[in-house]
Unconditional design. Sequence first.
Length: 230
Amino acid sequence: MGNCIGFVDAGYLKAAGARTLGIDPNQLRPMTNVIVSWLQSLTSSFPGEQFLRAYWYDGQYDPRSPSYAAQRAYFDAIASTPGLQFRAGHLVERMPQWPRSIRQAIRDTAKHFHLDPERFLADFERRFRVVPERRQKGVDTLITLDLVRLAEQGAYSTGFLITGDRDLAEPVRAAQAMGRRIIVAHPDGDWIATELRHLADEVLPISNDELATMLQARRRDRHERDPAGV
């Protein structure tokens, strides 16, 4: 009797799912109970194996961030999903580098037309808002540790990995070397790293119908920020 475990890169699933469904990622809410049920259903293809649990990996704001409390409530709801364990990396916000060069170009343009560069720039910035870039840190490391550590402990025979990231190719290779089967799942039609595709024991596309039940659109005020940081 072997076990099946799911490893879900939440940032990838939400971003790839939004592209596939043509929906703003800020308007998607993952239905983790549906995702766990879908992973459980895959186990029926492997006689003698049973579904153990799924791990959900996501980026979390620093507790000092004003977005932390709302995001924490959202993650607490995810963590309460039966059959799922929540694993938190870090989420950082950084202003993109390009606005500096844009600002200088605006100043230079204003000077060329004998305009006040600072007033010209201030008017531009009133009309155009630069949004910080959000990046996950440590999520790939957590997935890597769990894939390899649990394989080493014999906790699973088959791993269902929802990701498309090339950085996870090596831990997949390590788990396979310990006799584990790794099935990589991804939204149908979206990207997956070539090395990961070649390495996987099976590549499983998630159909649009399945994806639409996993990631449901929600109506939100345009000023509301997504507590998950995506």
